[in-house]
Write a new protein. Sequence first.
Length: 85
Amino acid sequence: MQAELTDSEGLERILKVMRQTFRNGSTIKTITPETTADDVNGWDSLTHTLFIMALEDEFAVTLPIEATLEAANIGDLMRLIAAAQ
């Protein structure tokens, strides 16, 4: 995807990955760039790793491990994905 990841398509793709990754993912109705791990039930260190791997597959990128650990919210992850494309 070459489009800016702050658009609704980018958020929808990330939401799709979240729904597939998190145990209660089907209950996640919407996300914004401001969504944090604290906003998502079941987002812990293990699911974070699985989520990052799934994002890498979805967007065909490799994300820097340190940066993914420092990401404060979905917007930070979107910027990392955009930079990796």
